[in-house]
Design a protein around this ligand. Structure first.
Ligand SMILES: NC(=O)c1ccc[n+]([C@@H]2O[C@H](COP(=O)([O-])OP(=O)(O)OC[C@H]3O[C@@H](n4cnc5c(N)ncnc54)[C@H](OP(=O)(O)O)[C@@H]3O)[C@@H](O)[C@H]2O)c1
Length: 329
């Protein structure tokens, strides 16, 4: 089968090769001896693959290896008792091995893909939307009628967070850096958009009538302090990532004075050992698809031979929505 491999750790420009390699066995490291085999139509591209080309991600398989954490495609085979069967359209989280014509995922991380979504959208469904649901609902305890401030709102996690916020009956204020990203955030369904180089903290407080209930933060860096200041009483700042580069520190007296919380949301580490929780989140996200709230925004599509361009788009802050590799039309 055709696959994109990382062959060295020299960065996205030079570390990738398209190779012909044997197809994988129906077994996954999270479910040894068992797995759903998927004929891949599209693979999602994300920050971790960029880091993997430099050896900077926590998961460090021996070289060469096939990266790619999530795919959409058609089930070729499934273990007995799985919720999907041969011929089903699915979205699947495989952790590694997704940049290939055939990939394997555990059955508890393989979900039916609605006919409302194409395969490219399906390849953007699990990492971003499961993270958004986990971060907002489980960790951030978001309820209807509340207001969420979403950083990096035109990105993969950001656009997903806007749509999950709307699906949970809450209001979304998006923070973005450019006009083009403002359009993406509005297309994703943001109620309001503020600019990261403007007075976004004061605007968010005004738009929310005194302070937001939840901040969803995949960016970190120097905007963290103003994120805390934008929270209303009882507000929760949910830490999701650090695309801004630096890891912020917080003086905890601020939390005491304003009765606020900082909450960590690390989706993978929390959900991977909990098959039932994955099924629960999968069902919740698919319900939001059925109800019309979740429509993954595909910002760029590449062929496998262009994988370096896909990774560089993310690395250079140019990505909007989800970046995908399309393996078959
Ligand atoms: N905690 C979890 O479980 C979990 C799960 C999935 C992903 N993540 C993490 O969440 C983060 C966001 O992922 P994503 O897929 O949404 O990424 P993305 O699509 O590339 O979006 C990231 C956004 O961050 C903003 N940003 C600010 N400063 C940046 C900089 N110096 N370089 C690049 N972007 C910058 C950009 O928005 P503006 O230009 O508008 O500022 C960009 O749109 C990543 O760190 C990822 O590893 C965490």
């Amino acid at each position: 089968m055709k696959a994109v491999q990382i062959v060295d750790l020299s960065g996205p420009d030079t570390a990738l090769r398209v190779q012909d390699i044997p197809e994988p066995e129906p077994s996954h490291m999270l479910s040894p001896g068992s797995g759903v085999v998927v004929d891949v139509r599209a693979a999602g591209v994300s920050f971790p693959e960029v880091l993997q080309t430099r050896g900077e991600y926590q998961l460090k398989p021996p070289l060469p290896f096939v990266p790619g954490s999530e795919v959409a495609g058609i089930v070729r085979s499934a273990p007995e008792g799985a919720g999907v069967q041969e011929g089903d359209r699915v979205a699947a989280f495989c952790a590694l091995g997704g940049f290939a014509e055939v990939a394997v995922a555990p059955e508890f991380l393989t979900f039916p893909l609605s006919d409302e979504l194409d395969f490219a959208q399906g390849a953007g469904l699990i990492l971003n939307y499961h993270t958004a649901w986990f971060a907002l609902r489980l960790r951030g305890r978001l309820t209807d009628g509340e207001t969420v401030l979403v950083h990096g709102a035109a990105g993969g996690v950001g656009t997903a967070a806007i749509q999950v916020t709307k699906g949970l009956g809450a209001r979304a204020i998006a923070v973005v850096s450019t006009d083009a990203k403002e359009r993406v955030a509005r297309d994703a369904g943001a109620d309001e958009v503020v600019r990261s180089d403007g007075a976004w903290k004061d605007e968010a407080k005004e738009l929310s009538g005194g302070g937001v209930d939840v901040v969803l933060d995949p960016v970190g860096g120097d905007r963290f302090l103003d994120s805390l200041r934008s929270l209303g009483e009882g507000g929760r700042l949910v830490v999701v990532g650090f695309t801004g580069g630096s890891i912020p520190e917080v003086k905890v007296n601020r939390l005491l004075l304003n009765n606020t919380e900082v909450v960590g949301a690390g989706w993978g580490a929390y959900v991977m050992p909990k098959p039932d929780l994955n099924r629960e989140i999968g069902t919740a996200v698919n319900r939001l698809v059925d109800d019309g709230f979740v429509r993954p925004i595909v910002g760029a599509r590449f062929r496998p031979e262009q994988a370096a361009d896909a990774l560089k788009l993310i690395d250079e802050r140019g990505a909007t929505g989800k970046v995908v590799l399309e393996f078959r039309d």
